[in-house]
Write a protein that binds this ligand. Sequence first.
Ligand SMILES: [Zn+2]
Length: 260
Amino acid sequence: MKGTIARRTLAALPLLLLAACASVPPAQRNPLADWRPSPNHNARKAAMIVIHHTEMESAAAALLTLQTRNSGGPVSAHYLIGDDGRLYQLVADDARAWHAGASRWGGLSDLNSVSIGIELDNDGNEPFSQAQIDSLLRLLEDLTARLDIPRHLVVGHGDIAPTRKRDPSALFPWQRLAEAGFGLWPRSPLAPAPPGFDPWAALRLIGYDLADPAAALRAFHRHYRGDESEQWLPGDHDLLYDLQRQLMALPAAPLPAPAG
Ligand SMILES: [Zn+2]
């Protein structure tokens, strides 16, 4: 009896393999290789989150653009949050929205393929409303938990495209996000950077592209100091030394609670 079952199972095996083959469209198989399907896989997912401001007059206008195009061509984002806190989704989490454009972070390019894009309804010159940030924090909590995105990998469009983009503006409350456990933020009090500390190496470790050093510094200052200076500022070395130490400690322990 056992032998019969075993024989039947073996006899069915080619059919099962055929069924597995049939479930993958031939277009997704590389003709250079023999197809030997394995069931041990799942969909790829985003690994980081990019925050934008729309630089438009209303959420309704931004929704229309994100469903069609802007002057440069078709654009989108996964989410849009109105200044009243209302949350809209335009693209599924597992699809590649067109929000980042030419960009680089930590040596990765094509950030659209690895990130979730969140647009905030904001004209670029006004403060971000309490309701909007509350809604953003709820969304970040959901995305980082559900998609298992590391909580420190929340960055701005200006961080990943420093020569082209300045969003979200210097008014964006990165410290408030850090107090809720998102993004990377300096601890207080800062320890002094040791002699010989290399601030450019620290900037690169955080993720900044240094192809245009002045643009990278402007982006760093916008994010961490609410200022768009393209020169080093007093205190920068100590701040970067702290961020570097937090990043180097990440595999062993979660980020310490930020304290300002
Ligand atoms: Zn943007």
